[in-house]
Design a protein around this ligand. Structure first.
Ligand code: 5AD
Length: 358
């Protein structure tokens, strides 16, 4: 047993002996199996728009980035991606976008209802900070889940990398509570290694996962994007690494995933594309072996995929959808795990709402 408290989390985050880390990996894998089982669920990710009104300093689709062609999929294009996801046997579609004002409650409500009716899949939304009215409309239309990473639990760091938007935008923690109250399976997450992220703040992030009683947790490494203010600064300061700075490495990301699993045994946790992008050979696999149970293959139409450039070097850009799916399925089987069927609701959400899993 590994206890989850501030000091044990800090100790594990700073542990670099591969033999001792084996204990963390073993324990995360054991808790994953006991909590969510051996099934790995696939979610079809559709990046429906790269328009964004925000200026997050790390993100490659920020409003201030000029020269990036912007796109927005039509209802029919989104439906086509959802059918593709169903044809691959996936039980969930994830609709993700920048904070695009044209993606109104009406637009999202209609496309969500159509996906639910026509394909029977669960729908996860990841559309940034939204009003309570919009969230209610999404839920009424049949959306099952919502993802909103809090990115960091350190309020000063959060403010530095998220310039506020006059008259709009909201407190993400408060929004996560609203999502929960509205009945959504509620997901959040962080980036590991944001410039200015300290060990204690990363430890606090993991404790916050548990306090929020999250149903889904996404954790990826921070990847500097050269066309962003933070990415340019990170490149200039590459040689200066203070002892307090958490490194944005695959190993550190895996430690955060493993500790998140110990903190939230029943949550759905993806092996993220950002982790795969940083470590194309082993990223996804090491995530799955160290606490994760979800994979989100990118089903965005190939012409749009490179334009959804939140970070550089996104994995899988060169592959077609069938290739990616086949490669990921083979990897799951090699690990001795099964591919999940059906919507794969979060066991944590099932527990807290009294819904029978399955
Ligand atoms: N590096 C890594 N992750 C990023 N995200 C956005 N920009 C980057 C980046 N440069 C992540 C954020 C966001 C999610 C959709 O993608 O955590 O919540």
């Amino acid at each position: 047993m590994i206890a989850i408290n501030r000091s044990s989390i800090l100790t594990w985050l700073q542990e670099d002996d591969p033999f001792r880390l084996e204990e963390l990996w073993r324990e995360a894998d054991r808790v994953r199996q006991a909590g969510v089982g051996d099934e790995v669920f696939f979610r079809g990710l559709v990046e429906i728009s790269n328009h964004c009104r925000r200026n997050c300093t790390y993100c490659g689709i920020r409003a201030g980035r000029t020269g990036l062609p912007r796109y927005r999929l039509t209802q029919d294009e989104i439906l086509e991606c959802a059918r593709q996801s169903a044809a691959f046997g996936y039980g969930t579609v994830v609709l993700q976008a920048g904070e695009d004002p044209e993606l109104t409650a009406d637009f999202i409500g209609r496309v969500t209802a159509r996906i639910r009716q026509e394909t029977g899949q669960a729908v996860t939304l990841s559309l940034g900070e939204r009003t309570d009215g919009e969230l209610r409309a999404f839920r009424q239309a049949g959306a099952n889940r919502y993802l909103l990473r809090f990115e960091t639990s350190d309020p000063a760091l959060f403010r530095r990398i998220h310039p506020p938007l006059a008259g709009a935008g909201r407190n993400r923690i408060e929004m996560l509570h609203r999502l929960r109250a509205l009945g959504f399976e509620t997901g959040s997450g962080i980036m590991v290694g944001i410039p200015g992220q300290s060990w204690t703040s990363l430890a606090e992030d993991i404790l916050l996962f548990a306090r929020l009683d999250l149903d889904m947790i996404g954790i990826g490494p921070y990847l500097p994007h050269p066309d962003t203010p933070l990415g340019r600064r990170a490149a200039k300061n590459a040689a200066i690494r203070t002892p307090e700075q958490v490194p944005a490495t695959p190993l550190m990301t895996c430690k955060a995933v493993a500790l998140a699993r110990l903190a939230c045994p029943l949550a759905n946790i993806p092996a993220t594309s950002a982790l795969e992008s940083l470590d194309p050979e082993h990223g996804r696999e090491s995530g799955l072996r160290r606490g994760a149970n979800i994979i989100m293959p990118d089903l965005t139409p190939p012409a749009c995929r490179p334009l959804y450039s939140i970070y550089p070097g996104k994995a899988g850009l060169a592959e077609d959808l069938e290739q990616t799916g086949a490669r990921l399925q083979a990897m799951v089987q090699k690990l001795g795990r099964r591919i999940g069927t059906g919507p794969g609701a979060s066991p944590n959400w099932c527990r807290r709402t009294g819904v029978t899993p399955g």
